[in-house]
Design a protein around this ligand. Structure first.
Ligand SMILES: *[C@@H]1O[C@H](CO)[C@@H](O)[C@H](O)[C@H]1NC(C)=O
Ligand SMILES: *[C@@H]1O[C@H](CO)[C@@H](O)[C@H](O)[C@H]1NC(C)=O
Ligand SMILES: *[C@@H]1O[C@H](CO)[C@@H](O)[C@H](O)[C@H]1NC(C)=O
Ligand SMILES: *[C@@H]1O[C@H](CO)[C@@H](O)[C@H](O)[C@H]1NC(C)=O
Ligand SMILES: *[C@@H]1O[C@H](CO)[C@@H](O)[C@H](O)[C@H]1NC(C)=O
Ligand SMILES: *[C@@H]1O[C@H](CO)[C@@H](O)[C@H](O)[C@H]1NC(C)=O
Ligand SMILES: *[C@@H]1O[C@H](CO)[C@@H](O)[C@H](O)[C@H]1NC(C)=O
Length: 624
């Protein structure tokens, strides 16, 4: 910045003038809601004729214009914002409007904003309500609880369709639901569904997992099959996934577990050479986990990447989460068809710690920041989601206790979108006020909106808690803050990207892959260098460039947040200065290895165990 010459300034001013001119031109016509939801249609029409990569890039870099949604007015209306101390979780929120009103926002932005406005309205009124009268208005509502069950109650015998179990605060990784039941042969089969909350205007709730079991029928006249799918009010049914699956034998894995139990598939392939149809079904049926009239125990787990089901102790199926249909949305278990349920039990559900019972709140609370004259050395933004209460507590009790954090040299903040569930938001609010280390986001936490959080972290680290370095990590990562500071000492403070750097990777073009990227989203065959999401550090100049670039809307939004940072840094390299990409293999992306600097996929128990090892043995060893 300091090195700007007069010439650059003039060009800059001209540019600003031009931009303001184009603003004046555009302002009067607000974009319609339709256009906001389908921002690419106009562009798509244009780009049909132009197909070269360069031209496509041109359109993708084209400066997006601003649009407005009524919900944004609500989310950013200052009269609704909390005041003073209570306003702390909204510091980054307050600066995110330009980002959310981009016409080329990430796909789920509009939905995330609309739902956030509803959630915010509810939360506001609840918070105001408890403030006005000390009388506890929550008494009538369910607290988040670790388990819920239904045994032998009338609700367990659904005549044709009903929710048998309410899930109070959504599912988290390692939550599970177990049904003990007997298929009732009068019908073809049964369906178990995980459903979300009803939409506005009594829209049917989304089905986050539809588990449809077709029984073999009398004398195995039908081939038994398990069909998994999803359903939403807007888009209806998704693509079916069947087990056994004869069409695509390549057995993709979810969380390391095969999509279909191989025994189901193999028996069919072996039998195929020469067998009558009935025998064939017989083969599958003898391996099929569900039988008419016989009791089964089925447990469906929520994993990192998807749901998986175990029936009578054997793994049967996995189902990768689908976009916008994430486990935190689940609010009930519904059963349809011929199934007599003996008992239903959900455990491992998210619970927040009762703040009154936490003895050490003061030791866990974010330290007050010294006066702004002194910059932080490092700001660490941790991505978390509303109902991950336990993970955040584990972090507060472990690596957030490093001396550098407690003394205020390093600040750690959680970045959390609003939840659709009132109770989760209320408990999150209390947590945010108690520990002072939460930044709430003005959108509902869909996976595809993570990139917006990355920008929020940059806003925090440049405008609110200015820091020399800015780091992003996840709430299932253990960060050795002291080691990171030591490594940073030896490194440049300008143009730095430090982490597990992927220098030469390609976009995933397989449509069924979780990381699928279309050529509209990214036309080039390769990505610029980027660092893996569980933990990377950027220097302040890059963070500032990112914040300004998004404020001026001339940086691309891209849904893979870590790759997006790489893309922006590539731009920084062209416009500002050289970049040092510093790779460190001790940032473990896929778990833990001894001598780690960062370990990923650590559950709360493991996080606390790693910290204990660190305190007692002073060694970075892993826990099972
Ligand atoms: C903000 O909210 C207040 C009260 O609900 C309302 O009167 C005002 O018009 C709102 N302001 C904007 C800019 O929407
Ligand atoms: C929720 O939990 C708190 C603290 O444990 C308790 O005081 C309150 O009564 C609970 N509310 C309900 C509805 O159970
Ligand atoms: C049960 O099924 C019948 C016929 O399929 C339908 O008419 C009725 O509305 C259903 N009842 C409920 C509660 O869904
Ligand atoms: C099943 O087999 C039994 C005895 O072999 C026979 O009586 C019955 O009709 C069969 N049912 C069907 C649906 O084929
Ligand atoms: C099974 O084998 C018999 C004789 O070995 C043959 O006639 C028949 O076509 C075979 N069926 C299939 C489905 O391959
Ligand atoms: C911070 O600065 C304000 C005014 O500049 C001063 O009143 C306050 O005491 C300072 N706080 C600390 C902790 O130094
Ligand atoms: C595509 O990426 C490569 C490697 O990053 C780069 O050299 C090339 O210029 C890019 N192509 C376009 C059209 O931007």
């Amino acid at each position: 910045m300091k090195k700007w010459t007069g010439g650059v300034l003039i060009i800059g001013l001209t540019f600003i003038l031009l931009v303001s001119y184009s603003f004046i031109e555009k302002q009067p016509q607000k974009q319609s809601a339709y256009e906001f939801f389908h921002p690419n249609e106009g562009i798509a029409k244009v780009s049909k004729s132009v197909d070269t990569i360069a031209e496509k890039l041109q359109t993708s870099i084209r400066r997006p214009h601003l649009v407005n949604l009524d919900e944004l007015d609500y989310l950013f209306n200052l009269t609704h914002m909390p005041k003073e101390e209570e306003a702390k979780p909204f510091l980054a929120w307050g600066q995110m409007r330009p980002l959310l009103s981009r016409s080329d926002s990430l796909p789920e932005t509009a939905q995330g904003i609309k739902e956030a406005a509803i959630a915010w309205k509810e939360l506001k009124s609840k918070v105001d309500g408890t403030r006005v009268s000390k009388f506890d208005h929550d008494k009538m509502e369910k607290n988040c609880s670790f388990s819920v069950s239904a045994v032998n109650s009338n609700t367990l015998f659904p005549s044709n369709e009903s929710v048998i179990l309410g899930i109070p605060c959504g599912l988290i990784v390692d939550s599970s639901i177990t049904l003990i039941a007997i298929p009732d042969g009068n019908q073809d089969g049964f369906q178990i569904e995980f459903v979300g909350l009803e939409g506005k205007d009594e829209q049917d709730p989304p089905v986050i997992l539809h588990y449809n079991v077709v029984l073999p029928g009398d004398n195995f006249t039908k081939e038994p099959v398990i069909i998994q799918n999803t359903w939403t009010y807007e888009f209806g049914w998704g693509k079916e996934e069947r087990c056994p699956n004869h069409k695509s034998p390549n057995n993709v894995k979810v969380d390391g577990l095969v999509k279909c139990n191989e025994q189901l598939t193999r028996s069919r392939v072996e039998g195929k050479s020469n067998a009558s149809d009935v025998n064939d079904h017989n083969h599958v049926a003898s391996n099929f986990p569900f039988l008419d009239g016989s009791l089964f125990t089925a447990t469906i787990w929520a994993g990192e990447e998807g749901f998986y089901a175990t029936v009578n102790g054997r793994h049967e199926t996995s189902f990768a989460y689908r976009e916008r249909l994430e486990p935190w949305l689940v609010s009930g278990v519904r059963v349809k068809g011929g199934l007599r349920i003996i008992s239903a039990l959900a455990i491992g559900l998210p619970v927040s710690e009762d703040i009154e019972l936490v003895g050490d709140v003061e030791d866990l609370k974010a330290p007050l920041m010294p006066n702004q004259s002194k910059r932080l050395l490092l700001l660490i933004g941790v991505f978390s989601s509303g109902n991950n209460f336990k993970r955040r507590m584990a972090l507060r009790r472990s690596w957030m206790q490093y001396e550098a954090v407690r003394s205020g040299v390093v600040a750690v903040r959680f970045f959390i979108g609003l939840h659709k569930n009132k109770q989760v938001n209320m408990e999150l609010w209390r947590e945010a006020q108690a520990y002072q280390d939460v930044q709430l986001m003005p959108f509902v936490d869909y996976y595809s909106l993570l990139t917006l959080k990355t920008i929020a972290v940059c806003i925090m680290g440049t405008k609110i808690l200015p820091a020399k370095y800015i780091m992003k990590t996840d709430d299932d990562a253990f960060v050795r803050v002291d080691e990171i500071l030591t490594s940073l000492k030896a490194k440049t403070s300008d143009g730095l990207l430090y982490g597990l750097v992927s220098p030469d990777s390609k976009p995933q073009r397989d449509k069924d892959n979780k990381w699928y990227i279309s050529t509209e989203e990214w036309p080039n065959d390769s990505y610029p260098p980027w660092a893996h999401g569980p933990g990377y550090v950027i220097s302040r100049d890059i963070a500032k460039f990112i914040v300004r670039g998004h404020h001026e809307r001339n940086l691309k939004l891209f849904k893979l947040e870590d790759v997006a940072v790489g893309i922006w840094i590539e731009q920084f390299k062209k416009q500002v200065r050289e970049v040092q990409y510093i790779n460190d293999d001790r940032f473990y992306n896929s778990g833990c290895e001894p001598n780690y600097i960062l370990a990923h996929y650590q559950n709360p128990r493991m996080i606390l165990c790693l910290w204990e090892k660190m305190q007692i043995e002073h060694k970075p060893d892993c826990c099972d």
